[in-house]
Design a protein around this ligand. Sequence first.
Ligand code: ATP
Ligand code: ZN
Ligand code: MG
Ligand code: MG
Ligand code: MG
Length: 504
Amino acid sequence: MFIRFALTADLQFSRDLTPEAVLAAGDTVQEANEVLFRRGVPAEAEDEQIGKITEWSAHDSVISLAIESGPYTRAHDALFRFRKLIAQAMGRHRLGLREITVRSFSVEIPGHIPDEAIPKLPFIRSVSSHAESVRIDLACSATDLENRVPDRIVKLIEEKKEAALYGGKTEHWELVFESGKRERIFEGNPTEEMLARGWIKHGASRGQWIFAPQAVALFRAFERIVVEEIIRPLGFSEMIFPKLVPWEVWMRSGHAKGVYPEIYYVCTPKTRDPSYWEDIADYFKVTGEVPVEMIRDRLDGPIGGMCYAQCPPFWPFVQGETLANDCLPIRVFDRSGTSHRYESGGIHGIERVDEFHRIEILWLGTAEQTIETANRLHETYTRVFEDLMELEWRSARVTPWFMAQEGMLGESGSADIGTRDYEALLPYSNSWLEFQNVSVNGDKYPKGFNVKIQSGADCWSGCSGIGLERWTAAFLAQKGFDTAKWPEAVARLVDEPKEIFRFL
Ligand code: ATP
Ligand code: ZN
Ligand code: MG
Ligand code: MG
Ligand code: MG
């Protein structure tokens, strides 16, 4: 059994075909079947696996075709190869090809395909499932066929079938390093303790905190550790990455493949004209309510979303460029703003929030340079968590973040490419918290954003996301709130808290 494609299409010409033109069309069909469709096909392919015009007819100004194929010179590829040939042949009879109308298109995929593997897309007209195959009728225009929509649907079904078969499969996780045990200093929940001490209060939005000076002092202490121990010694330079990410970026980064349930979407007003908005403002003035439904009608977009992963909006800076050999490896970082994820019911304490603060370290260069930077980061992080913060932590090889965010499970398939998560023990819940990661992303981003290296070597990149809420949650959960018991390297960076607010 092999995959089968079948289509019928009408080729509309500028005038009625003359009898000579019809004869020429017959010769063209024969040439296509015998020569053109066989180009590039492996010698061992069987006849019925190769695209073939199985029926054709000419009436008035239209040539109608039926094309069938297996996996080679798929019916739609055959159609466009034929288009070129017939346009030339009919041109000699002063007939111009005006338009191609696809009347029907079907694909039959062998094997058992579970129902949940069939996507719900406007292109899918009907589906008939059989024990050993599934037949799908598509409503596709010639442009859709040229954009290879059928091939992409087949690939998507294969991916969904795989996902359905391994439905129980969870994220890959493989221990790399485990620190020694540490003395238990604190057993409490750090978020509750911070709340009780007035270090944080809930923000007005979901999964959002307002951080008071004591909490921020700790954030800044960790930031200083990151800058002094990691960023400066390894020579990373600060940049500011945008925090509103348009679809164009997520299309190239791959996030457009799967991140929809967690996006904070962004819309723009249809117009900036105050009169267009006057009744909305008036409605609020009169009722004290913001008329959300009325507003929704007056918005364009969503044009994209708020920063989700921090590095994708960096890439337009190098998009389409060739990097000089002598500027590599490039090492930069961003700490210029918040990241936003709709975590739904998963929100928990300060460690899983909808609005969080993260330092993102990013590097690019040759494969060797990229791997080398990742290895140096692993070494310096290890020193920071072991000697400076004295944490109980571990690291594990996990599903690469870029795959996870495209909705995929498993591994990258290369030992050099992937994500290492850093996890810290939370004694109060006896669970492990991912507080940061280091990834070698291979050529994914340079490919997606078309970045090259002068030498012609493959361009690779890596990134590391340091979650400040997560560092704080991990540190306080293990070390508690008595600064006398904190490791010196952290305590020395935090002043005695001042009492700034007193609530009566
Ligand atoms: P998790 O597995 O906990 O959901 P993640 O794997 O989705 O985290 P990444 O996409 O790898 O997170 O993001 C990199 C880092 O950003 C995380 O290691 C963490 O420090 C931080 N981070 C991610 N999501 C959140 C969140 N909802 N709240 C706070 N920090 C977060
Ligand atoms: Zn990143
Ligand atoms: Mg997550
Ligand atoms: Mg992660
Ligand atoms: Mg994770």
